[in-house]
Write a protein that binds this ligand. Structure first.
Ligand code: MRU
Length: 343
């Protein structure tokens, strides 16, 4: 796996993040050495994608512990960190786990230096486990794909969005490895262009045949019978299977239903949220209007025009063929099956 969103520097206990804002034109890293660096990297989308956000937050929590003068300051920093991006539940998952972990270590009388070591090891473990999880998702997902299929994907749910390998692109990678004749339609993913910039970068690096299309072209290619299979990632899966993912995913799922094309979500269990009953309870992040008004640094319309920029939408579970997880594929009835699989 050549592309890595997060590189761990074990010697000085820091991380390097590929600055995804400039890909694929410039490949440059940002060094994160503090909780603030991690917060800003998540908020400004230097690093993005639900699992990669969760992993960066785990390192952010390690820095926050190192920097805090007491437990209150540490807990306040964690609370702040969780606010960096509201929809991807992996962020809350990583931070809440760490908060519980530290409370338990304190109650068992552990010294600060020992807690610091535990938090560093925890962040490294979260990263490594995420890669293994993605590979398992890839293996389960590839069994659904047939030789020669044209797969459509939206946004970037690849190595750049995770610890490495990817969820939706993990399925694509594995299918490419097995069959060698897979072709991918890459939705450009307006407004932030994660498809055009990041998924294209990964497909190019891995030499997986692809075609870049504008989001509005997906229906055309489906009607031409050029799309056999759709797989996308997730930012949060509710307990009834409703799934939040990059804006535009909902429209794709309706197109898929109309054209009778299998529509799969690929997501690890860390993206399922036990406290979210249905899609209605998922908070949707609204981002700055300038992301719509500009492409890169170039204004494409009046700078003062009124804009709305919801970053995610929710796909109702009845439009989802299955959810590919590290343990296998969950299918309807989702509420029943998710409860059973999550335990
Ligand atoms: O705004 P982003 O780029 O963080 O949105 C990313 C997505 O919507 C991905 O599909 C999702 O996080 C899954 S990444 C494995």
């Amino acid at each position: 796996m050549k592309v890595k969103a997060i590189k761990v520097n074990k010697d000085d206990r820091t991380i390097d993040l590929i600055d995804q804002r400039y890909l694929p034109v410039k490949v440059q890293n940002i060094k994160a050495v503090s909780m603030d660096d991690c917060f800003t990297a998540i908020k400004e989308m230097v690093v993005r994608g639900a699992p990669a956000i969760g992993i960066t937050a785990a390192f952010g929590a390690f820095f926050a512990y190192k920097e805090a003068s007491d437990d209150k300051q540490f807990q306040d920093s964690l609370k702040h960190l969780k606010e960096a991006r509201p929809t991807a539940v992996n962020l809350r998952w990583a931070v809440d786990n760490i908060s519980e972990m530290v409370k338990s270590l304190i109650s068992r009388g552990k010294k600060s230096s020992q807690i610091e070591d535990v938090l560093w090891d925890n962040a490294c473990r979260v990263l490594e486990e995420d890669i293994r999880t993605n590979e398992a998702i890839g293996t389960h997902g590839a069994r659904l794909v047939k030789s020669g299929m044209n797969i459509l994907t939206h946004c970037n749910a690849g190595a750049l969005a995770t610890g490495g390998y990817g969820t939706a692109l993990g399925v694509v990678r594995k299918a490419h490895e097995v069959y060698g004749n897979i072709h991918v339609y890459v939705d450009e993913t307006r407004p932030y262009l994660q498809g055009a910039r990041l998924t294209v970068f990964e497909m190019h690096e891995e030499k997986i045949p692809y075609t870049l299309i504008c989001d509005s072209m997906a229906g055309f290619f489906m009607s031409q019978k050029k799309v056999d299979f759709i797989v996308v990632g997730a930012d949060r899966v509710a307990m009834n299977g409703d799934t939040a993912n990059k804006i535009g995913t909902y429209s794709l799922s309706i197109l898929a239903k109309y054209h009778n094309i299998p529509f799969y979500i690929a997501a690890p269990f860390s993206t399922f949220d036990k406290s979210t009953e249905s899609g209605k309870d998922i908070p949707i992040e609204f981002r700055r209007g300038c992301e719509v008004i500009k492409i890169g640094e170039q204004n494409i319309t009046f700078t003062d025009c009124h804009v709305e920029n919801p970053s995610f939408d929710v796909t109702p579970s009845d439009l989802i063929t299955g959810i590919i997880t590290e343990k296998g594929v969950i299918r309807a009835p989702y509420a029943e099956n998710i409860k059973e699989w999550l335990g």
